[in-house]
Design a protein around this ligand. Structure first.
Ligand code: UDP
Ligand code: MG
Length: 315
């Protein structure tokens, strides 16, 4: 079998502190794999500069003088998910397999050969999964776990404790690129692709240098994106709430009548309390119905592909 050409795609946003270390590790790993005959000689480390404002791009263009390194620079900071897509899109035609990995070496690059092993055994997507998160802060760990739980409640399939460290074959990348939506939540989309998948496990390390680019706000933003771009269930909840309110109105009716006939009601109270719940229920149901239509429109405008072809026999 031909040796596969591997592209390691690394999104970088203001990573000048950590990039020299990362670069050294990645290039030496790539060289080792080429020497061992695991990957083809045309394999590359591909950096994506996500509109950095520090010296990141200068470093990348300097590294790119090496034959094994290439890079692209985005015009503005577009977020890690978009940077990853840009990298995949730019190099998909040149690569047989692509690995995406953060620039901070928190994900163990030594499992890349293992990923390639699994790929050789027939997997199109190999997830890098964190064995433990003890190196993360308590807050990050609990918030991430709560997020995974909410996502699975809402019916979004995702691999537990897997971030954006994964290997994808070219056809899996091509399938991924056919998702044209703007509110991108890669982890969720990748799990929609199908194909044969596998996992490799590693221990997550501390950041090698520099500091996290995700503040609480962007983490929360990502969580909201992840949930709302995959599920219209929150809209349905409004509808449910409306129905619940109507039932409460019914219960109130009974209670109010009892109060009225036993002479405990203050005059005027009954009509106000009753209409409060009744009108509330009606409004919520109305909103829920409108929401249901908007939800449908939302799903339609995404224009997601309906299927991906895994194999073809054409004569
Ligand atoms: N990143 C990016 N654009 C951004 C934010 C982050 O390309 O707007 C990159 C960043 O350079 C790193 C990866 O995404 O390679 C993950 O970021 P970070 O390590 O800061 O996130 P954390 O590990 O704390 O979740
Ligand atoms: Mg990190």
């Amino acid at each position: 079998m031909e040796k596969p050409v591997l592209y390691i795609v690394v999104p970088c946003y203001n990573e000048q502190d950590v990039l020299p270390i990362t670069h050294e590790h990645l290039v030496s790993l790539l060289q080792r794999m080429v020497d061992a005959g695991v990957v083809g000689g045309n394999s590359r480390v591909a950096y994506v500069d996500d509109g950095s404002t520090d010296g990141t791009w200068d470093m990348i263009s300097q590294y790119a003088q090496l034959p094994q390194v290439c890079g692209i620079k985005l015009s503005a900071n577009s977020g890690q998910q978009n940077a990853l897509m840009a990298g995949l899109e730019a190099f998909a035609r040149l690569a047989d397999v692509m690995v995406t990995i953060d620039a901070d070496l928190q994900d163990d690059i030594e499992v890349i050969p293992q990923m390639l092993d699994r790929h050789r055994q027939g997997s199109d997507i190999v997830y890098g999964v964190r064995r433990d998160r003890t190196s993360d802060t308590w807050f990050k760990r609990t918030s991430a776990q709560a997020f995974y739980r909410v996502m699975s409640r809402l019916g979004v399939r995702s691999v537990y404790n897997h971030a954006d460290y994964r290997l994808m074959s070219r056809r899996a990348v091509m399938a991924l690129l056919s998702y044209r939506e703007r509110n991108l939540y890669l982890r969720g989309v990748v799990s929609l692709l199908g194909f044969t998948t596998d996992c490799v496990y590693y221990d997550r390390a501390e950041r090698a240098a520099g500091h996290s680019k995700y503040q609480l706000r962007s983490m929360a933003g990502m969580a909201v994106d992840g949930i709302t771009s995959f599920s219209i269930r929150p809209v349905r909840m409004v509808l449910t709430l409306g129905v619940v309110f109507l039932f409460i109105a019914l219960a109130m009716l009974v209670y109010v009548l009892i109060a009225y006939f036993t002479g405990r009601a203050v005059s005027g109270w009954a009509s106000i309390v009753l209409s409060l719940w009744f009108i509330g229920g009606c409004i919520l149901i109305g909103l829920g119905v409108v929401g249901e239509y908007i939800g449908k429109i939302y799903i339609e405008v995404k224009d997601r592909p309906r299927y991906h072809i895994a194999e073809q026999i054409i004569k």
